[in-house]
Design a protein around this ligand. Structure first.
Ligand SMILES: Cc1cc2nc3c(=O)[nH]c(=O)nc-3n(C[C@H](O)[C@H](O)[C@H](O)COP(=O)(O)OP(=O)(O)OC[C@H]3O[C@@H](n4cnc5c(N)ncnc54)[C@H](O)[C@@H]3O)c2cc1C
Length: 415
């Protein structure tokens, strides 16, 4: 490390030539922090840590946003959050408001609200209860008790919808643009981002993390951050740490660009469908989730791909068209599926592990981690720097799963 511009400590050289030359001499490079994983959690952590002047190296096995952070619907939602997670989502939304300017990039953030839709009285009752609970927790949202009130806000919603909640401060963003913006901003602050670099193992000596190993190199650092989504449990296991993650598949259908029809994000009372219109004009609609034990395939350009069954795609089209009729008439452009890293209680793990000094884990976002990303990065920063955070992380410790019978909640995908 050295003093860089404006007196900031910056990471010294790490270019391809010196890298291979040093490695051939058997030398190792010494950043302050190694981050594994280039989704929104990892890149926002890289940015927050580099902003503090730390020398950061981020290792990503594929491209940036190649997994959940690219597959996502990308709703930025506080409504419908578990009480433990709501303060994180509210803090994240405060960051999202100015994030494009902070990162100096167009991340297509739109704060136009989230509607949760009901098809019948029983679903309206679910939503009405949720509105009461969330209001009591300090979130500003309304119950819309008839179709006219809903269509006054969002004329594109079906006239078969009978009630909704509306949270005007929720929104959505472009996920790949956001992850790239974080990565570029981190690089401008001196962080090194290495793509196509798969971490095979973490190196631990006398209860302390000392680095990681990839197929071609050893990276040494006193801190390692794991923001590795569905792969986190496999990286922890050889070191005796367990993280129960169940994988679930969510299918996404995207149309060709349409003229503007829908500003908000919609979800549904029973989490069977959600959707939004991208800034590009494309409608991006997800279904519910299914248990998944399949195989992640690799595309021609080396990126991970999950292929949904045709019957599931058909279901997404039917449900999406029910709630948003314009979707049923639009030409389709893309179909893909994404995987969720579901913890038993649907809440993430964000902690400095008590077992291994210097290791920070932020994973298990259970289908909610895109909105949280900007807050996650700051929380990871505080954990690495061992400084107190203004948000409580008590609910996000891994130790809550040490009991053998921890059950499994269903995902709550509401955009
Ligand atoms: C279909 C779908 C819809 C969703 N909708 C929403 C939504 O509307 N709102 C919301 O807030 N959230 C939503 N989510 C969830 C959200 O997208 C995720 O929680 C979030 O993107 C997780 O980000 P992450 O950075 O933690 O993980 P990821 O984006 O999965 O990133 C982990 C990265 O680590 C890399 N990696 C793993 N192992 C290694 C290794 N050994 N070496 C190197 N690299 C490694 C992976 O390649 C990957 O790029 C949705 C998810 C899906 C799938």
């Amino acid at each position: 490390m050295a003093d860089g511009p404006q007196g900031k400590r910056t990471y010294l050289s790490f270019d391809e030539r010196t890298f291979s030359c040093r490695m051939s001499l058997g030398e190792v490079l010494l950043p302050d922090v190694i981050i594994i994983g280039g989704g929104i959690s990892g890149t926002s952590a890289a940015y927050s840590l580099a902003k503090e002047g730390l020398a950061v190296v981020l290792l990503e096995q594929h491209d940036l946003a190649a997994m959940a952070s690219g597959w996502t619907l990308a709703g930025v939602r506080q409504s419908g959050r578990h009480p433990a997670e709501l303060p994180l989502a509210m803090a994240a939304v405060q960051i999202w408001k100015d994030l494009g300017a902070e990162l100096d990039a167009d991340i297509e953030y739109r704060q136009k609200g989230n509607l949760r839709l009901a098809r019948d009285e029983a679903e309206a009752e679910i939503i009405s209860r949720l509105v009461d609970e969330q209001k009591a927790l300090g979130l500003d949202l309304d119950f819309l008790g008839d179709n006219n009130a809903i269509r006054a806000i969002a004329p594109a919603i079906s006239n078969a919808v009978v009630a909704a909640s509306f949270c005007s401060t929720d929104g959505h963003a472009n996920p790949k643009a956001t992850v790239n913006a974080y990565a570029r901003a981190a690089e401008r602050l001196g962080a090194e981002i290495r793509l196509g670099e798969r971490v095979n193992d973490m190196l631990v000596e006398r209860g302390r993390v000392v680095g990681v190993r990839t197929p071609t190199a050893t990276y040494r650092a006193p801190s390692v951050v794991m923001t590795t989504g569905i792969h986190t449990a496999a990286l922890l296991k050889p070191h005796g740490l367990s993280l129960p993650l169940a994988l679930r598949m969510v299918t996404v259908v995207r149309t060709r660009p349409l003229p503007p029809v829908f500003d908000q994000v919609f979800g549904t009372a029973r989490a069977i469908c959600a959707g939004r219109q991208e800034a590009s004009g494309r409608l991006r609609i997800t279904g519910g989730s299914q248990a998944w034990q399949g195989r992640v395939e690799t595309s021609d350009d080396g990126q991970p791909v999950v292929r949904p069954p045709t019957s599931v795609v058909q279901g997404v089209i039917e449900r999406g068209s029910f709630f948003l009729p314009a979707f049923g008439e639009a030409p389709l452009e893309d179909v893909w599926a994404g995987l969720l890293d579901m913890t038993p209680d649907g809440l993430p793990v964000i902690e400095a592990t008590p077992e291994i000094e210097g290791l920070v884990v932020a994973a298990g976002f259970s289908g909610h981690g895109f909105c949280l990303g900007p807050a996650t990065g700051r929380l990871v920063r505080d954990l690495v720097l061992k400084r107190p955070s203004n948000l409580s992380l008590d609910a996000f410790r891994r130790e809550r799963f040490l009991e053998s019978d921890h059950g499994q909640v269903e995902p709550t995908l509401h955009g």
